[in-house]
Design a protein around this ligand. Sequence first.
Ligand SMILES: Nc1ncnc2c1ncn2[C@@H]1O[C@H](COP(=O)(O)OP(=O)(O)OP(=O)(O)O)[C@@H](O)[C@H]1O
Length: 275
Amino acid sequence: MRVRGLRKEYPGHVAVTGIDLDIERGEVFALLGPNGAGKTTTVEILEGHRRRTSGTAEVLGEDPGNAGRAWRARIGIVLQTATDAAELTVAESVRLFARCYPNPREPEEVIHHVGLDGKAGTRVRALSGGQRRRLDVALGIVGRPELLFLDEPTTGFDPKARRRFWELIRLLADDGTTILLTSHYLDEVEALADRTAVLAGGSIVAEGTPAGLGGRALSVATVRWRAGEHLREERTETPARLVRELSADGAEPAELTVTRPSLEDVYLELIGEKP
Ligand SMILES: Nc1ncnc2c1ncn2[C@@H]1O[C@H](COP(=O)(O)OP(=O)(O)OP(=O)(O)O)[C@@H](O)[C@H]1O
């Protein structure tokens, strides 16, 4: 996937300011960002569900703005709010979707992978919110997509369902599926993504591996200690050396702490919401 200068304007509001993205085949790429950052807008443009104002986009070799049915059959989509037929059962829904694709996965296998075995005969309207979401994921992957879009896929999942979902994503990635997901959860991005970009106010403010995100910030530690009346604080990339200096006379520095920002601190700083 190759995106250049992608921009989306709504009347009186620029939602995406002109971003560049490159996602390789087989890669799991996460778009992080606060509410209203432009994640859904970006993803919907790349899915061919929304028109861009300007810029170029190439997804699986085609422009999503005018790609046809054959292209659509190669992608899978899990939207934030799915529309579905509430009167069908889980198994009927998945089978119905499977029939829309030339080379679908086995519906029963997909139902198992999303952990809905026990609910296969249950009508969609009788599912809980988290179970509905899992069904959305099942419908998104049953067509054996080469590229899968997941917009906040684990919202409403209990912790066990999230872990199970992560395993599923890893399986799909091992199978060669390219995955573009949006998320608010840093742990999810750390667990799943090969690379991530942070969107804020419609612009990419950082990009890289989850571990390297804001890496320079992570390398700076804050050393605090008490010197007589005063609490002292120093930011340093070599905290061990500073602590050695402080204790050179054999005394134990009072109230000594060494802290580093968490990934969440770095993220909040990147999106300009550091408390
Ligand atoms: N159809 C629309 N018309 C006008 N403005 C819109 C429309 N859709 C989205 N916006 C605005 O564009 C901005 C980006 O919205 P978008 O849904 O892409 O954000 P997001 O990053 O996906 O947020 P969230 O995490 O809440 O899903 C927001 O300020 C939103 O209000």
